[in-house]
Design a protein around this ligand. Structure first.
Ligand SMILES: *Cc1c(COP(=O)(O)O)cnc(C)c1O
Length: 380
């Protein structure tokens, strides 16, 4: 994790607002994922943070990638030429899953020549894939409980367990190949039971499809949702991994290939925001700090990701509960209504926020004329 001295040095060098990526931390998170889930290949979900340098570091560490649009596909594809020759033959499935169940026609047309693995969850999509990307491999996206996840992902995607078997058989009748099943338990899932239920639901569908005479599936994609350690209430990843490994080994024979799509888990702790205080006021008796980054930029996760980020100061001093506002004129631009900060901070002082690598700068805008933060790379 970037030290306070490193953050201050980088802010001096690059100015603020600054978004610092610690590549050592990226490599550490990837290694931890692989160590605790040895059966599972990690396909980094690019949407969590599409910074090209993050993709490069994870690619070099051996990661694969979950993409959900053609621009994301291209971000990953440019690295394929760096693979050793013998790995380049099978790169597409080894390196990329196109995990957006809804794809427009042009995307499918472009994907077809790669013979990629794509997800689907409805009959209309089977028709589209058949017509525009018939050489794809398919994974059925299953709807699973998202109970207690910070971000719910099952209302928009996923076939109900009752429809899943029929959809797989319908894709087969259409002349397509369904290679397996995927799901997503919801982002930042601290309720480990979601994974247990989802793996069991997938195993049931697997079995029923077999019973009905379809034998081509040999892949299970357990999706994303692995929680980042935002605070002490998040139980250790090793504990979740033990639960997952036990269910996988109990329900899926060794020859079934298991993949996952971690986004947040790999990048959240690798990103730190450094900002500057640009204004200070007392409103209704409460001290308010205005900083040069806000919810339209790096702190967009406050809105889109339902995430709370702690703001810390480099300076020490007597603290009280303050409000922290972003720089735009919009009243929505509130980073926090309750941060413990020294009352003595002054205009020009720096503050920082850790664990902000996922779903933050990825959804930054140019609203009100404020550009997204500059990105600096540490330990690359
Ligand atoms: C967003 C997303 C992910 C990543 O989820 P995390 O909770 O960040 O791990 C993985 N797979 C799919 C299909 C997604 O939409």
């Amino acid at each position: 994790m970037a030290t306070q001295a490193e953050l201050q040095k980088l802010a001096k060098e690059h100015g603020t607002p600054l978004f610092v990526v610690d590549h050592e931390e990226l490599r550490r998170n990837y290694a931890a994922f692989r160590k605790h889930l040895p059966r599972v290949q990690a396909y980094y979900a690019v949407k969590a943070n599409p910074d090209p340098e993050i993709i490069r570091t994870l690619f070099n560490a051996g990661a694969s990638f979950d993409v959900a649009s053609m621009p994301e596909f291209k971000l990953v594809h440019q690295h394929i030429k760096n693979l050793p020759a013998k790995e380049r033959q099978d790169w597409i499935w080894d390196k990329i899953i196109y995990a957006n169940p809804i794809k427009d026609e042009e995307t499918l047309r472009q994907l077809d020549r790669y013979k990629a693995l794509v997800t689907f969850d409805n009959a209309e999509e089977i028709e589209k894939i058949k017509r525009y990307a018939p050489h794809s491999g398919l994974a059925l996206r299953l709807k699973v409980p998202n109970t207690g996840a910070m971000v719910e992902l099952s209302s928009k995607c996923g076939a109900a367990p009752g429809e899943a078997v029929d959809l797989i058989l319908a894709a087969d009748r259409a002349g397509l190949t369904v290679d397996g099943i995927s799901f997503h338990v919801g982002s930042q899932t601290t309720n480990f039971e979601n994974f247990v239920q989802a793996i069991n639901l997938a195993a049931n569908v697997y079995q029923e499809v077999k019973d009905r005479g379809y034998h081509k599936m040999n892949l299970l994609d357990i999706g994303g949702g692995f929680p980042a350690p935002y605070d002490a209430t998040v139980r250790p990843f090793a504990e979740l991994a033990r639960t997952i490994n036990a269910e996988l080994d109990r329900l899926f024979p060794k020859e079934v290939e298991i993949l996952a799509e971690p986004g947040r888990f790999l990048v959240a702790t690798a990103g730190t925001s450094v900002c500057r205080i640009i204004g200070k006021a007392v409103r209704d008796g409460k001290l308010c700090y205005y900083i040069d980054d806000g919810v339209y930029n790096t702190f967009s996760g406050v809105i889109f990701d339902h995430c709370h980020y702690r703001i810390e100061s480099f300076k020490k001093g007597r603290k009280e509960i303050c409000t922290v506002f972003g720089p735009t004129c919009d009243a929505l631009d509130v980073i926090s209504m309750a941060e413990q900060l020294p009352t003595t901070l002054e205009r020009g002082d720096l503050v920082f926020s850790r664990n902000i690598g996922a779903y933050s700068i990825a959804s930054a805008t140019h609203f009100n004329g404020f550009d997204p933060a500059k990105v600096a790379h540490l330990h690359q």
